[in-house]
Design a protein. Structure first.
Lengths: 275, 296
């Protein structure tokens, strides 16, 4: 093998000439790739690296609870249904009195068990969409610009993209059941970290009179499943939408006069704030 | 076994500085009879150990790590795939027709297409009004310059890297740096000190840190509980009886601003990565602390 100039690993040659056109999907009129492709991470993630180099150790030390000796065996509470009965064998079978989720002690603290971000959900509810569903287009496109997620994007079959939310209940004088009123999108992995980086660097410093994210007070009851689920929800004012760099180019599209209710939910696995 | 001896056996096991806490924790929780993890622990009658606290003062990484060649190739390939498979972008919704932002986005996008797929892609559109298009492009370039697009980035290695200035806090921006002090006996160790009467461990740690490293630092101790402990080899007094043991508990702290100014009895200080620390400290100390320090 001759020693010449090293080939660049980030440059590519010309794409091959198309000899036979690809098979086209009749409904979407888009070509089918000849192999099943799944795209994954396409850039290094700054916040994820920061988590693994700095945050993870600190969080482990901060949330560590020392346990003296082995735990006493848990209280055996009878199940709601008979697990041997073939009619109720595969039913959801919690203990009598509830799932005990908030009342059980958290799992023991280990290096593998450190608190971590799992998912971020962005949710916009638009009041004007109650009267006319075309008003939803703005929030949908805004979420699409923020997240970049599309349904089954990149061959990832579990991605749902931006989803439309329909109302659940009928409240007289305001809303009917089953009409589209909002949009949501779930972010995981690199997309999630990139979004949080943008939120923290661009948006939060520019919000007027930002008081921080409100967390439950120390006196709040920690024995409920909601308290131990590790979900943190907060909303941002409508002006925050214009501070995202992806929305910078479309100041007229996302109206500043309308109040959007945003909920950003961070789900953590096995949150240890109970007990 | 009395409950007191049980507790004294238990504490060193849990506060072990080993990273594999998972195996220890599950052993403890699953075992029906409690067994001591360290069989060498022998409670001495009347000889209470002397407790010290030490601070592992850490400067977090300033820049991200360099991706390996494989990672760069992988990311470039995945980015190209993503671009090839992505939906066409709805320009008209996001940009006003004929605006400078639209022109700038088009220019950047054409450059990205050419880089990904070759010179036959990413060709600029044929415009009827060539003068207006050229004017728009010039305005877009000016806007990009105003926003700082063509600024030179700082180099990834600092001048203290070449100069091997071990006192600098800007050295080795990608790694975690830890503070080591050289005491009067020429031993390199973490800043440490004793505990006063009525003081809690984490309070003693903070006081010892500022006593030995000076008050010209903005430092934050991470948690109230120690992150590891160290038991030096037992020394004998001149009479031959074993001296009381000196157990050191480590606390992690981050330096946010400032610099260490060691006290008069300290000869020297250095900010070192984990691998560099190994050559500075003695073997027994290294074995005790190596699992607490970060490889990143």
């Amino acid at each position: 093998m001759t020693v010449g100039r090293a080939a660049s690993v980030v440059r590519f040659g010309r794409p091959p000439a198309i000899r036979k056109p690809l098979r086209v999907d009749p409904r979407t009129r888009l070509p089918h790739p000849p192999v099943k492709i799944v795209t994954r991470d396409f850039a290094p993630c700054r916040l994820e690296d920061h988590y693994y180099s700095t945050l993870q150790d600190d969080l482990m030390y901060l949330t560590y609870k020392h346990e003296l000796g082995p735990r006493p065996p848990p209280r055996q509470i009878r199940l709601t249904y008979d697990p041997n009965n073939p009619y109720s064998k595969y039913r959801y079978n919690p203990p009598v009195g509830g799932s005990q989720l908030g009342r059980k002690p958290p799992p023991p603290c280990t290096a593998e068990n450190v608190i971590q971000l799992e998912m971020v959900q962005l949710h916009i509810m638009h009041k004007k969409a109650i009267t006319s569903r075309s008003h939803l287009l703005g929030p949908i496109m805004a979420l699409r610009a923020l997240s970049g997620e599309t349904e089954k994007g990149g061959g990832q079959h579990a991605l749902e993209g931006v989803q439309i939310i329909k109302s659940k209940k009928q409240v007289g004088g305001w809303i009917r059941k089953g009409i589209p009123v909002g949009a949501k999108v779930n972010l995981k992995g690199h997309a999630m970290y990139d979004f949080i980086g943008t939120l923290v660097d661009f948006v939060m410093p520019r919000i007027r009179e930002f008081q921080g994210i409100e967390l439950p007070p120390p006196s709040a009851n920690t024995e409920t499943p909601a308290a131990v689920s590790g979900v943190v929800s907060f909303g941002l004012p409508p002006s925050a939408m214009g501070f995202f760099p992806s929305n910078r180019s479309q100041p007229g599209r996302v109206s500043r006069n309308v109040w959007y209710a945003y909920t950003f939910r961070d789900q953590r696995n096995r949150c240890r704030c109970a007990g | 076994m009395s409950s007191r001896t049980l507790l004294s056996l238990c504490r060193p096991a849990i506060h072990s500085s080993r990273r594999f806490m998972a195996t220890e924790a599950t052993q403890l929780s699953s075992s029906s009879t409690f067994e001591p993890v360290r069989s060498s622990v022998q409670p001495r009658k009347g000889k209470k150990p002397i407790l010290n606290t030490a601070i592992i003062l850490n400067r977090s990484p300033l820049i991200t790590r360099t991706p390996t060649t494989f990672e760069r190739a992988y990311y470039a390939y995945q980015a190209r795939l993503r671009r090839a498979l992505s939906n066409p972008f709805p320009y008209e919704f996001y940009f006003k027709q004929g605006s400078i932002l639209e022109t700038r986005f088009e220019m950047e996008e054409q450059k990205r297409e050419r880089r990904a797929f070759g010179p036959t892609f990413g060709k600029p559109k044929e415009d009827d009004d060539k003068e207006k298009a050229a004017a728009n492009r010039a305005a877009a370039l000016q806007l990009a310059e105003q926003e700082g697009e063509f600024e030179e980035m700082m180099p990834r290695s600092h001048s203290s890297d070449e100069a091997k200035d071990y006192k600098s806090l800007d050295r080795r921006g990608k790694r975690n740096l830890y503070l080591l002090l050289k005491d009067a006996n020429d031993f390199w160790r973490f800043p440490q000190g004793g505990i006063q009467k009525g003081e809690l461990l984490h309070q003693a740690a903070q006081r010892d840190m500022y006593d030995e490293c000076g008050k010209h630092m903005d430092a934050w101790i991470v948690s109230r509980n120690p992150i590891g402990h160290y038991r030096p080899p037992v020394t004998l007094s001149p009479e031959g009886t074993p001296l009381p043991e000196q157990v050191t508990f480590f606390f992690k702290a981050h330096i946010l601003q400032g610099q260490c100014r060691p006290s008069e009895n300290m000869k020297d200080f250095a900010w070192l990565t984990k691998q560099e620390i190994e050559s500075y400290v003695d073997k027994h100390y290294w074995d005790g602390i190596k699992d607490v320090l970060s490889d990143n």
